[in-house]
Design a protein around this ligand. Structure first.
Ligand code: FAD
Ligand code: SIN
Length: 518
């Protein structure tokens, strides 16, 4: 093993990793690790945009109210205050870096998405927001003297519970292992959407950061809350391409396969009800009609406006035989976003000193039980910036302390495997999670899933390459998700239990797991 020392080791090259790397490089040496090419990440596929209270009738307080309402009682109000108050400044940072947000009559254009009370979402290239952000930030990172190692998979955190001091890395092309030492290690590894059979996420979203942090002894929180996006394209043989919520924000109507508008049967806000409500309503409507999809109709909107506002979606649908300006788009829900993750305080510090987490892999408390649309890109910037500030304070003498452990955190329950559960494969795992730990769950389905997952974990050989590491990480994250969902005997936000269909005020608290408990 070689050992090189950096001020910052940042794992992940989505918006969270790149933005943190650009700031960190202003104050120290930076190693940026990413397991694929630099552009492979969830960020690149973001469509709708990034939320911030910059409109004339808006304010951080209104943005905070909407965020708290979507979070169904489980947001951390202080984290939400920070997110919404610091949001406009972080957007200004992106503009300074060169992200070309769309404008209208010389002003930044704002669109509306579900559960936002007014238009608040900035976008770029119509529905290509993520691509513009990713290309702008990765282009800058390549020219800022940051050491960037692509195809480099972080496989283990080095150090101990008093100090995380580096990362073990597998070169995905040679399978050679190297160790790097860092004064601060920042996980920015994104989400775990590949847990599920139907997902909007690219292949890199395998929950690696959560698995690495958990194995090292960090606390993880809110794993039962996984968001399903209501509208992904549903066509035989075609990947579940996201059809942005902004399409409904601009007037898109949901109809069942008989052509009837149905959302007002389920929620007074209709198509702009919170995401979890729309996803479950679609599932109910599909069950009623016996179809595997519903229809998203924008044919009443001017064709030129639709094609100009949603060029990527329009182009993708057309390529697959659907002209959305004349024909309703077949859509169905798909796995989309991990609300839970590595527990951090409002400075991005985990419970392990020296270890920080930013972006989708972190659980900062801003999303609670259900993320408000387009708050995730913003969250990556807010807490990425605060991490760098915090590391500077630590360098100036303040003790790097890590977020205080949660008194009630539990060690992940040990569970006996379910007899002969067969060999774990990625498709089998994704099917099990979709069927048993999905949009709706029950105690019986969750208990069975948790037992199968435990049995699978027990049979897994030691990982040797990228695919086997990712499978091991997904299995662990799947079990954290199933166990937390089993413990939470109520329905709240994105977590819906058919055996406990109502929220229970006694459950206005978080489920926190850690591997070790003294
Ligand atoms: P990512 O962008 O996913 O980056 C993670 C990085 O970590 C990748 O580079 C990956 O290769 C790397 N990595 C992972 N594990 C390892 C490892 N072990 N070793 C080395 N590298 C590793 N949010 C919004 O706010 N607005 C939107 O409009 C929006 N639209 C979306 C549309 C789609 C289709 C999807 C999938 C998500 C959308 N989201 C949106 C969510 C948002 O895009 C993500 O939450 C956000 O981009 C996450 O950024 P990140 O930097 O944390 O992770
Ligand atoms: C979308 O464009 O619908 C995705 C927005 C998000 O996930 O925040």
């Amino acid at each position: 093993m070689n050992l090189s020392i950096f001020d910052y080791i940042i794992v992940g090259s989505g918006i969270a990793g790149l933005y943190a790397a650009l700031l960190a490089r202003e104050v120290g040496s930076v190693l940026l690790l990413t397991k694929g090419s630099i552009e492979e990440c969830n960020t690149r596929y973001a469509q709708g945009g990034i939320a911030a209270a910059i409109g004339p009738d808006d304010s951080p307080a209104l943005h905070a109210e909407d965020t708290l309402a979507a979070g169904a009682g489980l947001c951390d109000p202080e984290a939400v205050r920070i997110l919404t108050e610091e949001g406009p400044d972080r957007i200004a940072d992106l503009i300074r870096f060169g992200v070309p947000f769309d404008t209208l009559h010389g002003e930044v254009a704002l669109t509306r998405e579900a559960a936002h009370r007014l238009p608040r979402i900035l976008h770029a290239g119509g529905d290509a927001t993520g691509e513009h952000i990713e290309l702008t930030l990765s282009g800058l990172a390549r020219h800022r003297n940051i050491t960037i190692l692509e195809y480099s998979l972080a496989t283990r955190l080095l150090g101990d519970a008093r100090n995380v001091r580096g990362v073990e890395v597998l070169d995905c092309r040679t399978n050679q292992v190297t160790a790097f030492e860092g004064r601060a290690v920042i996980l920015a590894t994104g989400g775990c959407g590949r847990l599920y059979h139907i997902s909007t996420n690219p292949e890199v979203a395998t929950g690696d950061g959560v698995a690495l942090a958990f194995r090292a002894g960090a606390e993880v929180m809110d794993m039962e809350f996984f968001q399903f996006h209501p509208t992904a394209l549903r066509l035989p043989g075609v990947p579940p391409f996201l059809i942005s919520e902004a399409v409904r924000g601009e007037g898109g109507i949901l109809r069942n396969v008989a052509g009837r508008r149905f959302m007002f049967d389920y929620a007074p806000q209709g198509e702009l009800a919170p995401r979890d409500v729309v996803a479950r309503s679609i599932v109910a409507e599909m069950a009623k009609t016996g179809a595997d999809h519903v229809l998203l109709d924008v044919s009443h909107l001017p064709a030129t406006v639709v094609a100009a506002r949603f060029p990527r979606i329009y182009g993708f649908c057309l390529e697959h035989g659907v002209d959305m300006t004349t024909t309703p788009i077949p859509v169905a829900p798909a796995a989309h976003y991990m609300m839970g993750g590595i527990r951090t305080n409002t400075w991005g510090e985990t419970t392990l000193p020296g270890l920080y987490a930013a972006g989708e892999c972190a659980c900062t408390g801003v999303h609670g039980a259900n993320r408000l649309a387009s708050n995730s890109l913003l969250e990556t910037l807010i807490f990425g910036k605060r991490i760098i500030q915090r590391t500077l304070e630590a360098r100036d003498g303040a003790t790097p302390r890590g977020a205080p452990p949660t008194p009630e955190a539990e060690a992940l329950p040990a569970r006996r495997g379910a007899g002969d559960a067969g060999v774990p494969t990625l498709p089998a795992l994704q099917r099990l999670m979709w069927d048993q730990v999905g949009i709706t769950r029950s105690g019986a389905s969750l208990a069975e899933a948790a037992a199968t997952l435990a049995a699978w974990e027990g049979t897994l050989p030691a990982p040797t390459d990228r695919a086997s590491h990712e499978l091991a990480n997904l299995l662990l994250v799947a079990r954290l998700t199933a166990e937390a969902a089993l413990i939470r005997e109520e329905s709240r936000g994105a977590h819906y239990r058919t055996d406990f269909p109502e929220p229970n005020p006694a459950w206005l608290r978080h489920i926190v797991f850690c591997r070790y408990r003294d």
